[in-house]
Design a protein around this ligand. Sequence first.
Ligand code: ADP
Ligand code: ZN
Length: 746
Amino acid sequence: MSAAQDEPEGAQVVDVLAPVAVDAPYSYVAPPGLGLRPGDSVTVPLGTRETYGVVWSVAEGAAPRSNLKRVTARLDRPPLPQKLRDFIDWLARYTLTPRGMALRLATRAAEDAAPDAPRTLYRATGHSPERLTPTRRRLLAAAEGGMTFSKKALAEAAACTAGVVDAMVDEGALEAVAAPPEPVARPLDPDFAAPLLEPAQSLAAGSLIEAVRTKSYKPFLLEGVTGSGKTEVYFEAIASALTEGGQALVMMPEIALTAQFLERFAARFGERPAEWHSGVSQKKRARIWRAAATGQLRVVAGARSALFLPFNNLRLIVVDEEHEGAYKQDDGASYHARDMAVVRARFENATIVLASATPSIETRVNAETGRYGHLRLHARAGARPMPLLEPIDMRREGPPRGAWIAPRLAQAIAETISRGEQALLFLNRRGYAPLTLCRDCGHRFRCTQCDAWLVEHRFRRALVCHHCGHVERRPDACPECGATESLAACGPGVERLAEEAATLFPDARTLVLSSDFPGGAERIRRELDDIANGAFDIVIGTQLVAKGHNFPQLTLVGVVDADLGLGSGDPRAAERTFQLLNQVTGRAGRGERPGRALIQTFQPEHPVIAALLSGDAEAFYAQEIALRERAGLPPFGRLAALIVSAKDAAAAEGHARALLRAAHELPPSPRYRVATLGGLPEADEIMILGPAEAPIALIRGRFRYRLLVKAPRGADVQGFLRDLLATAPRERGGVRVQIDVDPQNF
Ligand code: ADP
Ligand code: ZN
């Protein structure tokens, strides 16, 4: 142990938070001269190793205690801004995530964010070399004009090796100059191509511009039917942020696939925004992180994790498709990126826009009660009509057994492609068939690690578990009874639908858009481009095709199974199905020609299908909101889930029961009241439901039980959970407790 009381004058005591599973910063002593301030990046010893950390606070003038370890180094990183540190603290408290793990969300890129080295560039000096070969002549010609070039660019221009460039430097014909590192993004021009907005768009844009200009924390719901021009509206808010010298963040659910968005952005502002998602290289991300902190970077388009960038002057956050489930993060820290974006905006005093054609119930209620501004676009831009929606009643006009495309849909497809237009067949099921069984003995293929059927993927010749990723070969004979030729695929997936389409339309150019084929996001981006350019007649896809894409030649959408998802028993099923079907049918008729959508359903009278068909979103929302209010469900009440998991089902269930007992034995608190076990809860009491099997009762070999905490709006749910979790460790003897505040499945 170093004798820290002997530290010379000027030594600091600092609290450093490390991005690991700890809940509080640890104190260290920093040698004088480091001059540490809150937000600075350092390395410190932690246990037996050295780790990255961020100074959370500095105790000026405190006498260092003798047992403190020393800060080993200060790193050259821009400081983590106070507002971001406050946001991290808040998020950790709200989600009950250890603070170090919350910090990790913000520093994953920072740890490698060392400053870029200056670049070496080359230019001609005017001196001729001793020998002038044709290659050398080409090189000098390429370097002429006083301009500077990278070694690679020069060698390429002269079709020579890098060695020739070096030799010319040695002989004094070229000189090397140090240049600042290449900027992460080129400047954006708020006036590059400002559009002519329609009156409804202008009105909405005006409110946003005013909020950005006055730098006021103000959330808005921007609600407008598909194709109503919401993007153009929030582009104006971004322009305003740029004009004000500030930064803007656009969050998107599927950023890796939004090449179209980047192009549109470039057409509006002259350059693309910086992209932030897991597909961006670590090096690039580190540079973006720095540039966001210095303010050099002005607009980032990113996935959930972009929320934790160290912006130094954030004026605007846009959450596009705010209703999307993809905003919910469940690995490690469990948080809803849309909700956290609203909180981040509050800390930054920034304007926040939640954009959607079908907002979440939570956001709709916030807009209706006036907590959020409500901006609306009721019609499609450019006087384009909404697609015409028609049901196909599968009870009366369904296809023959073993087929899934009804005759009337097939007819519509034939007409569409004969006019040179595109048709989209939507089925939210990956693979070939959702279930495979043996016709002789009834054996069904299920995952041994999860509570799920194995899905046949014929393209990969495999059976796949969609929960854990387990893959096995599809056998030729039944593993149970040994019968051959007895295995049958039940129900359709997109691959099987493609088979049927190929039979019905052998000459059509058909594409299955799926994340299951090799090539990753790059392949899908290319295919989306190809669709937009008219390279296919029939596109078959899962929800991947539904997300915000613009396919100008697409005029027909066929929803193959609109009822899928409605029978799941999840109270959010209605909302999700309504959102998804609106999104999908909204792909039709976004170009010059009007669109049409045919909806295959066994229950055309179901409220969700009826609301979709009539285009009456208001009726749907009114009904769903009333239902939630009656049941005390979010946003009229609060929920939190405790998932208790273990390899042994009895151990998981036992611990869940122990937690339930502990909850009722907590000493009384001034901040919340727990309802008596088995009694009828009072209006201000927290109720604990369960334990019951979690919605997916077995994942990756772990059995999962769930306690659902249901509380009135004003109750201190976090305080209750903290007290409850203090009664037992969150991980012990193979039993794990995960907390999900505001769960999406309930
Ligand atoms: P949303 O985001 O609401 O689905 P978009 O912003 O993608 O809608 O706009 C839909 C289509 O309408 C796009 O092709 C867009 O270029 C076009 N558009 C938007 N605003 C206008 C406008 N003011 N005048 C003409 N076309 C517009
Ligand atoms: Zn599995």
